[in-house]
Design a protein around this ligand. Structure first.
Ligand SMILES: *[C@@H]1O[C@H](CO)[C@@H](O)[C@H](O)[C@H]1NC(C)=O
Ligand SMILES: *[C@@H]1O[C@H](CO)[C@@H](O)[C@H](O)[C@H]1NC(C)=O
Ligand SMILES: [Cu+2]
Length: 382
């Protein structure tokens, strides 16, 4: 009797507090993220002023959110994507018969190395350098003057189709896929192997706009789910780029609170764990892939959609922001082994362990890929 009248008295009060203006938990999380971001940016700007490495304010690449780019900047990025997709690659067709372009070289690196560079000690370093190599190829081989843009999931976490990167205008990376009814769910196997099944969402067909079927082709895959493309997904399989945006998956995992939670990780091991929340893979890393759907569900060939690079740049940005809270203790740290999800079990990585890149680069010692303003790197997320 006493207990239930106590609860009855507390509940209305609790809902009043939650509804009070200024206490929206997502807005509060946005503030926290902003605070972390400012501290990181100040650290980078202060450090490059001191010329401690070859990274200076004159050569640093300033990576921006897609919607903060001017229209000409967005056009320049698209032109660079068309250019790299039309250039011949270096991957031998005797090894990967479906590879057709310089763009595909980077897809191939990811395909070949997927079992060794996810949910393990190489994950963040491999993807950081893959993005850097791709951005460098756009600049040096395609005359692009800008930096790799990123996609901040928190801006439109309720419905990513409202993000300008998906608006289908000449200043976007295309639309959601056209709606295709009566599709089967897609089951993928994450390192483990843990099967996860995704029901069809709001699209499923070809995207339109700048990456529509008359302007852009996916050549490789699918590999990570059935039915696979020819030769297990390594054969030539030219087709339109598809997407299947899921507002639900974004709302489940890509709120500002999910990002502030990640940034509050108190160790490198915790940061790695939290971005994947293994098993199940529904942390921010997986969620960004899964909510786009189709090509982004293919753990192997996901770089076939240029959105891969915007998604992974945002993940790398959160890694850089996290490191920037205490650079001394957060570069030069290692965690994890050399196989995805440690299946099969493998040795722990050290700073001397070579990180593999396949045809796009010689191996690089892990210790050289730690700081965003040291080793080969010189970039900041604005
Ligand atoms: C994302 O954050 C919301 C709100 O805090 C929480 O309910 C949800 O479980 C989080 N998602 C994941 C995958 O951690
Ligand atoms: C690998 O690292 C883990 C976690 O730090 C540790 O428990 C384990 O003993 C290490 N394994 C080897 C073979 O050193
Ligand atoms: Cu990957």
């Amino acid at each position: 009797m006493k207990v239930s009248s106590f609860i009855a008295g507390v509940l209305p009060l609790a809902s009043l507090v939650l509804a009070a203006p200024g206490l929206d938990p997502e807005k509060a999380a946005d503030k926290k993220i902003n605070h972390f971001e400012k501290k990181y940016q100040k650290y980078i700007e202060d450090t490059i002023k001191k010329h401690k490495t070859g990274c200076t304010k004159n050569n640093i690449r300033r990576r921006k959110e897609w919607s903060k780019l001017t229209r000409p900047e967005r056009k320049a990025y698209l032109d660079a994507i068309y250019c790299i997709s039309a250039k011949p690659g270096v991957t031998p067709q005797s090894v990967i018969p479906g590879a057709r372009s310089r763009f595909d070289d980077f897809v191939v690196s990811h395909i070949q190395l997927t079992p060794f560079v996810h949910a393990n000690g190489f994950f963040l370093a491999y993807h950081r350098y893959l993005i850097w190599l791709f951005e460098t190829a756009l600049r040096e081989e395609c005359g692009y003057n800008g930096a790799q843009p990123y996609w901040d999931w928190t801006l439109h976490w309720q419905d990513q189709s409202r993000h300008p990167v998906f608006d289908g205008s000449p200043w976007s990376l295309g639309t959601n896929g056209a709606y295709v009814p009566d599709r089967d769910p897609i089951t993928i196997y994450l390192p483990g192997p843990i099967p996860v099944t995704f029901p069809p969402a709001t699209g499923g067909g070809c995207v339109s706009g700048p990456l529509g079927k008359d302007k852009f082709k996916v050549n490789l895959g699918p590999i990570g789910y059935s039915p696979q493309g020819p030769d297990g997904g390594l054969g030539y399989n030219p087709r339109c780029l598809t997407r299947d945006l899921s507002p639900q998956l974004s709302q489940d995992s890509l709120r500002p609170r999910n990002v502030s939670f990640l940034l509050e990780s108190d160790s490198y091991a915790a940061f790695n764990f939290n971005l994947d929340r293994a098993p199940g893979g529904n942390g921010v890393h997986g969620a960004g892939h899964f909510l786009i759907g189709t090509v982004q569900l293919d753990t192997y060939a996901s770089p076939s959609d240029p959105m891969f690079y915007l998604h992974h740049s945002n993940l790398d940005r959160l890694f850089a922001i996290w490191q920037g809270q205490d650079q001394g203790a957060r570069t030069g740290v290692v965690w994890g082994t050399q196989t995805s999800g440690n299946v099969p079990p493998s040795a722990n990585v050290t700073l001397d362990t070579p990180v593999p890149f396949g045809y796009v680069s010689p191996d690089v010692p892990l210790g050289d890929l730690q700081s965003s303003i040291g080793g080969p790197f010189c970039f900041i997320y604005e």
